[in-house]
Ligand binder design. Structure first.
Ligand SMILES: [Zn+2]
Length: 246
């Protein structure tokens, strides 16, 4: 009993140290988002996201009342059991088997760039958010990623993808990606041959960044699909945009 209590104290101390270590790494903006999202029911598209977990730099999961998750397949490249969702939906992010206005908020972290038809996805996400509910969009800041050599996608191009009902199997950006993707910043992608092979099988892996976003594009897209931007922050590799359904 005595030894158990000593052990507990030791583990507790180490645990507290770890938490403290990670806590200081938190993005200072987190508190503003936690405050906005507190007590909300959420649907995450393409989770789980380490960034949003307890040990992540932007830990917002714990401020929510509940979180469901949606992925295109049971197994994904980003699969993790670290987060337990209330419900796991297996479907395309552009076609959710969910009634209108079901959730207080939708969260998509490093996800929209993997979707071939972003406006279609955003409109679908808007549909399942209640009036004055929130959309939290976290996009990769291209300056800090392997996309840094690629041009920012124009909103006009995204409108065209919407008008053409571009499917998720789309590979029309492949040539640009193979030419400009900086493999030295993407070690997980392997050699250029392995990377090309993975891109060609994108319907299976969904690893391609179809489009490249700037903060202005994210804000413009929010307006385009009926959200007013509540706040936007750019932090290292992340562009955070929070919109309210108007
Ligand atoms: Zn496109």
């Amino acid at each position: 009993m005595f030894f158990r209590s000593i052990l507990k104290q030791l583990v507790g101390h180490r645990g507290r140290q770890l938490v403290r270590h990670y806590r200081v790494q938190r993005f200072p903006i987190t508190k503003h988002y936690r405050k906005r999202l507190r007590g909300m029911t959420a649907l995450e598209i393409g989770g789980p996201s380490n960034l949003l977990g307890y040990l992540g730099q932007f830990p917002i999961y714990s401020s929510l009342k509940s979180v469901d998750n949606c992925n295109y397949a049971e197994q994904t490249l980003w699969h993790s059991d670290a987060v337990k969702f209330c419900r796991n939906l297996v479907c395309e992010g552009t076609k959710l088997p969910v009634s209108d206005e079901t959730y207080d908020c939708v969260i998509a972290s490093h996800c929209l760039e993997h979707i071939a038809n972003p406006i279609k996805a955003l409109m679908e996400w808007r549909r399942v958010i209640r009036q004055r509910g929130l959309l939290l969009l976290i996009l990769p800041n291209p300056e800090y990623t392997f996309d840094w050599r690629r041009p920012i996608t124009t909103v006009e191009h995204l409108r065209e993808d919407f008008r053409n009902d571009t499917p998720e199997a789309d590979l029309s950006h492949l040539e640009e990606i193979l030419a400009l993707h900086d493999l030295s910043r993407d070690l997980a992608a392997g050699t250029s041959e392995q990377f090309k092979e993975r891109c060609l099988r994108n319907a299976e892996f969904r690893a391609i960044h179809h489009h490249v976003f700037a903060p202005e594009t994210a804000a413009q897209l929010m307006g385009e699909v009926g959200f007013s931007v509540v706040r936007q922050d750019v932090h290292d590799v992340n562009i955070f945009t929070l919109g309210s359904k108007s």
